[in-house]
Design a protein around this ligand. Structure first.
Ligand code: ARG
Length: 405
């Protein structure tokens, strides 16, 4: 029995029914919460008695995912069915249009909070690893060519910076999802004297139809995944015999089904790949919402699958990378040997000449000529401190203070 069987009496074709049904069980706890809020409003307006409100609360609390049935068009229909006789009153002054927007906003807000927590856990590992190798020298790269010396600590703190902005994007997306669409009804509110929810969206047409909050979430996921893909790529490179900067831990590496010697960085590779899928979800939902006329259109049912899978992927990617980074070993000897490459100090040599009064372009040409002639000698073998006052240790202390704040 559909919520709209009063209007369409004869049965739908089974193909049409299967096509229309929503795969939205994941929304259940959020829709239960939104329904609880709505019941409170009905009660405040005198449209549910104290006993009825108590019964709604009790029945809502008892609803579990196993209670959903293939005969339900979506999770909203299931809740009304599962409320029993009192369920016949619950839909007064609301539509599935404001109901789904309310539940989905609660879902996205929660997913943002979860992302913030997961990013914080991963960043804590990044900071620990940065601290453990704060002063370990390594070559820094541009164009993937050796450029200037840095330290492992300085490099890993760059990852922490990216993650910090990711955390901020999720916090901001949570704020965008927070306002409530309840009261918007199907599109134009209701004649019933229901009290407005706290933090209500201003315009009812907008409230039921916009999904920019979901796009904000997917954008935050995509940027975060793109950062994780960059560090995944670096871990892949560092684990090659050619670089040899890290040794993969057995807890987060895979073997080959054929080649007995292999230890593969599948975790880092899959983290790199997930960024592509994340980007696809964002562009997919943008394409769904573009051009939709106000207010609700059923196209919007397509909003949930990408968000559900984005949440799963981000959670899994951060958890696996956390294990990988926690247990990976930096090969300090190999890093030191790579950093002894005198050409890493070519810029320092040019700058030493500048300090002696040579114009920089002349100094650059002079050092380049020595390198071409094979006569270049590095000014000093010591790695330069990380740029910035206080160097890498102060940067680390700063970062820790921000992450715990
Ligand atoms: N399952 C639908 C969705 O996800 C709920 C809203 C249905 N509204 C309607 N007017 N048909 O969007």
């Amino acid at each position: 029995m559909t919520l709209w069987s009063g209007r369409v009496e004869s049965g739908l074709a089974s193909e049409v029914w299967e096509f229309l049904k929503a795969d939205d069980a994941e929304l259940l706890p959020y829709d239960l919460a939104a329904t609880r809020l709505h019941a409170g409003r009905l009660h405040a307006a005198g449209l549910l008695t104290d006993d009825e409100l108590a019964e709604v609360a009790e029945r809502l609390a008892a609803i579990a995912p196993e209670d959903l049935d293939p005969s339900d068009e979506d999770v909203h229909s299931a809740i009304e069915r599962l409320l029993g006789p009192v369920g016949r009153k619950i839909h007064a002054g609301r539509s599935r249009n404001d109901q789904v927007a309310a539940a989905f906003r609660l879902y996205v807000e929660d997913a943002c909070r979860e992302a913030v927590d997961a990013i914080e856990r991963f960043a804590a590992v990044v900071l620990d690893r940065a601290e453990a190798d704060a002063d370990t020298p390594m070559p820094g790269y541009t164009h993937l060519q050796r450029a200037q010396p840095v330290t492992v600590g300085h490099h890993l703190l760059a990852w922490a910076e990216m993650l910090e902005r990711d955390r901020e994007r999720f916090r901001s997306a949570a704020g965008q999802a927070a306002p409530s669409p309840l009261g918007a009804g199907a599109l134009a509110g209701s004649t019933l004297p229901l009290p407005p929810p706290a933090n209500r969206l201003r315009n009812s047409l907008d409230a039921v139809s916009d999904r920019d909050f979901a796009l904000d979430y997917l954008y935050a996921c995509t940027v975060c995944h793109s950062h994780l893909s960059r560090l995944g790529e670096e871990l892949c490179l560092w684990a090659t015999s050619e670089f040899g900067f890290v040794r993969l831990p057995e807890a987060a590496a895979t073997g080959s089904s054929m080649m007995p010697q292999k230890l593969n960085p599948d975790v880092a590779e899959l983290a790199r790949g997930k960024a592509g899928t994340a980007l696809g979800r964002l562009t997919g939902l943008l394409a769904v919402v573009k051009g939709l006329p106000l207010a609700y259109d059923r196209d919007l049912q397509e909003d949930k699958a990408p968000v559900f899978s984005a949440r799963r992927d981000l959670r899994a990617t951060l958890a696996a990378l956390e294990v990988l980074l926690e247990e990976i070993e930096f090969d300090r000897e190999r890093l030191a040997q790579a950093t002894r490459d005198p050409l890493l100090l070519a810029t320092d040599a040019a700058e030493a000449l500048v300090l002696e009064g040579t114009p920089f372009r002349d100094a650059h040409e002079q050092v380049a000529a020595e390198i071409r002639a094979g006569t270049f000698a590095a000014p000093s073998a010591a790695p330069r401190p990380a740029p910035g006052p206080g160097g890498v240790h102060e940067a680390l202390a700063d970062a820790r203070a921000r992450w715990s704040g």
